[in-house]
Design a protein around this ligand. Sequence first.
Ligand code: 2BA
Length: 131
Amino acid sequence: MKLIFAIVQDQDSNKVIKELSKNNFQITKLCSTGGFLKSGNTTLLVGTEDNRLDLAIELIKKNSRSRKQLIDSSMLPYGMECALPGYHNDLTPYGPSLSTGIDDLEVSYPIEVIVGGATIFVLNVERFAKL
Ligand code: 2BA
């Protein structure tokens, strides 16, 4: 038996749950928060027999979309924007901070992040019981 942890966007969660349920998967829905964007997402726990694992993953994949999200650079830890894919200095003409000689003036700008489809982890289940 396997346990799937599927992290999906809140907007997709109802559709994913509906399709999994239609196919007789049992699901536990948890409200979760992404560590990077610090915004809500949904984590689904799905316990399944090994021979139905691929079907579950296919249904999760089919019903999860990736989306662009804009975040403010000031929300990132200092220097983190350089690690983002697509980061170029010319997008940020003043850099993350501008030295004024008096105080450091923070200049913030929008950063585009692509979130999802779904992030999944599959674990082997040692024991499953309903007591
Ligand atoms: P968040 O941590 O809020 O991340 C949202 C999106 O931000 C990620 O989308 C990714 O595109 C970007 N991102 C995250 N960390 C980054 C970093 N250090 N540098 C640059 N960009 C970064 P997804 O990869 O689709 O992940 C969506 C959500 O799935 C994540 O939300 C997190 O809750 C979960 N997740 C993804 N990978 C995970 C992992 N290895 N372990 C645990 N949770 C994970």
